[in-house]
Write a new protein. Structure first.
Length: 389
């Protein structure tokens, strides 16, 4: 393995000696047993002999080559230490030290790249699982803000409807994936039809309740808070980890300096991140689907009713809220009881049981939605003119 440097003396007038003579004295202070073409490095109780040479000799600019041959991992470790010593304050005070070619970074970038790739694939899988489970084929339209979707379409050279459903996550950069999950957006920003409806509204003609409901829609919330947190997947540090991962991933992707210290730290973060995501994905795939599906469907039903509150009296809103809380507790207890019984009788891993649970979930969700719809229709004041809405 080879490290290539370009040395530029900062002040030639201070010393008319050849740069090689000046720099050799500096090497002798840093490394042991310096000869005309070798020097030694002591590292963790071991002594390593490295070859070096100068070329393109001028009084103020030299090229320095340092070579070391053994196993790739040991070469990278030793040359990484050499690089740190050469970038110490004594040498940097007298010379500009430019890394012309960096095989140490090349080695560590290649070694860590697979873990970065896996982290992105797992992240996309988690998003697909939860968003499609919640919204079905409409997941892209209902969760990606129009501004972001337009940017992704432009960078991808255009996307049709099918591609939005199937591949839009693959067109997002890691920074866009972060924004998609954690950047707060309002309901208007994610729903062009709702924005168009709001543009037609005369604020002066709205009741206080209607104004409050529009204000709620205009409040910004992140997709992560709305749909991922409720799954209880033990991924509390997701946003912080993604910021760190993006920083180091960009170093690797753009072939920048990537030291052994960078490698060790990013590997630690990635191992934890990938393990957490894999566990979360397995949890979603293998957990009690009836309970999970009911929670998501129930939340969507309540959100639908909330959007209708502008035509329901304030007293009725309070009644529905109380009923909602009551139903939540009852349904959770009922489903928990059913699930506990099934777990004692039949292994949950079998496909037939999962199918039965999913079918039961669909029935309960339809009944719940019909009950809410029936209550809502009975509760709408007769004075409302546009009853079709």
């Amino acid at each position: 393995m080879v490290m290539k440097y370009i040395l530029i003396r900062k002040n030639v007038k201070e010393n008319t000696m050849y740069l090689s003579s000046v720099f050799l004295s500096e090497l002798g202070d840093i490394f042991s047993n310096l000869s005309k073409d070798t020097f030694e490095l002591d590292l963790e109780g071991n002594t390593y002999t490295l070859n070096y040479r100068f070329s393109n000799k001028k009084n103020d600019v030299y090229h320095l080559y340092i070579e070391f041959q053994t196993s790739p991992a040991k070469e990278a470790e030793v040359l990484n230490e050499i690089n740190k010593k050469l970038n110490g304050p004594d040498i940097k005070k007298k010379f500009n030290l430019i890394v012309a070619y960096d095989e140490v970074s090349e080695f560590y970038c290649g070694k860590i790249s697979q873990k970065f790739g896996k982290s992105e694939r797992l992240l996309r899988e988690l998003i697909f699982l939860i968003m499609i489970k919640t919204f079905g084929a409409e997941w892209g339209k209902k969760t990606i803000a129009k501004e972001m979707l337009d940017n992704v379409k432009a960078s991808a050279g255009g996307l049709n409807e099918a591609q939005i459903v199937e591949t839009v996550l693959y067109e997002m950069t890691i920074a866009q994936l972060e924004d998609y999950l954690f950047k707060p957006y309002s309901g208007l920003e994610k729903n062009p039809e709702l924005e168009e409806e709001f543009n037609k509204v005369d604020i002066n003609e709205l009741s206080e309740i209607e104004k409050a409901n529009w204000l709620k829609i205009m409040q910004k919330r992140s997709l992560w808070d709305d749909y991922f947190v409720d799954y209880g997947l033990d991924v509390e540090n997701m946003q912080q980890d993604l910021e760190i991962i993006r920083k180091y991933r960009n170093k690797v992707a753009h072939n920048k300096k990537f030291s052994k210290e960078d490698y060790d730290y990013s590997r630690k973060i990635l191992n934890r991140f990938n393990k957490t995501l894999s566990s979360a994905i397995n949890d979603i795939e293998e957990r009690d689907f009836a309970q999970t599906d009911w929670r998501v469907s129930y939340k969507n039903t309540v959100n639908m009713i909330s959007s209708m509150m502008s035509v329901i009296s304030e007293e009725m809103q309070e009644s529905l809220n109380e009923f909602s809380k009551s139903m939540t507790g009852c349904m959770e207890e009922m489903i928990k009881s059913v699930n506990d019984s099934l777990k004692q009788m039949i292994p949950m891993s079998t496909q037939n049981i999962i199918k039965q649970i999913q079918e039961s979930n669909e029935v309960m969700t339809r009944q719940l939605s019909q009950s809410f719809r029936h209550i809502t229709q009975q509760s709408i004041p007769q004075r409302v003119e546009k009853s079709d809405n």
